[in-house]
Design a binder for this molecule. Structure first.
Ligand code: HEM
Length: 219
């Protein structure tokens, strides 16, 4: 008999097309290729603030959930780093100078919804952001550092000071996904939610590209 595929493997395989879609979105690939500006980078950091504010508020609520609490750790928390980055990049009045784009509003609404009611859905969003941050995110942080001459100010979001070995951390995370007490129907729902999370990220890159084109048109 062949071994069943672990859930974490199925999840990665089933979402790899959506991952390529997010990774290849024009706004992101321009940033990676070195065609994006410092303003583009700042616009992305600002949207991250709204997303992580929702995700990490949901995590506070989910700490009491027996399934979700296993995934929640302060070692992942990104909000303080994002706030320090925004203060450095925009200035002390950064809070009044940023606004969520339409996709960010929808993304946040969805995180708030599942974060209040459904641990599997919350974990789907948690996985999509943090495992991404600990994978491609580390590489993106180094690229931004080089491109814009940052030291650590401005890219604190990409520095996980409490995670010395991201690969080992991700392996444990995948073991935890495999150990989650989900039946097949729930596993399908979690995969669908991960695909939705990727779609929000891809749509956000499109919003960012549109906002940039609009601001260039009025300039
Ligand atoms: C240019 C942008 C990106 C690059 C270069 C990139 C690159 C990568 C790489 C190389 C891995 C594999 C790491 C490993 O095997 O441990 C990975 C995994 C991952 N990425 Fe990305 N990524 C990008 C954008 C994104 C975005 C926008 C998201 C969603 C928010 C995302 C979410 C993920 C997730 C969840 C994983 C873990 C998959 C798993 O092993 O289960 N990535 N990424």
């Amino acid at each position: 008999m062949t071994e069943p595929i672990p859930f974490s493997t199925a999840l990665r395989e089933r979402s790899s097309g959506a991952h390529s879609g997010s990774e290849g979105a024009g706004f992101m690939s321009d940033l990676i290729k070195g065609d994006g500006t410092r303003e583009d980078y700042i616009a992305l950091v600002a949207q991250h603030w709204f997303i992580y504010e929702a995700l990490e508020s949901a995590a506070e609520r989910m700490r009491r959930d027996p399934v979700a609490s296993v995934f929640i750790t302060d070692r992942l928390t990104r909000l303080p780093a994002l706030e320090a980055d925004l203060e450095f990049l925009i200035g002390p009045d950064w809070r009044e100078r940023i606004e969520p784009l339409p996709t960010t509003r929808r993304y946040v609404e969805r995180i708030n919804q599942v974060g209040a009611t459904w641990s599997g859905g919350f974990i789907a969003h948690h996985y999509t952001r943090y495992l991404g941050d600990l994978s491609g995110g580390l590489f993106i942080g180094k690229l931004m550092q080089r491109r814009f001459g940052f030291d650590t100010n401005g890219i604190g979001f990409y520095i996980f000071g409490d995670i010395a070995d991201p690969k080992a951390f991700k392996d444990v995370y995948r073991d935890q996904l495999d150990a989650a007490p989900w039946d097949d129907a729930e596993k399908e729902r979690v995969i669908d939610e991960v695909l939705l999370a990727y779609q929000f990220n891809t749509d956000l890159f499109e919003d960012l590209a549109r906002a940039k084109a609009e601001s260039e048109a009025v300039a």
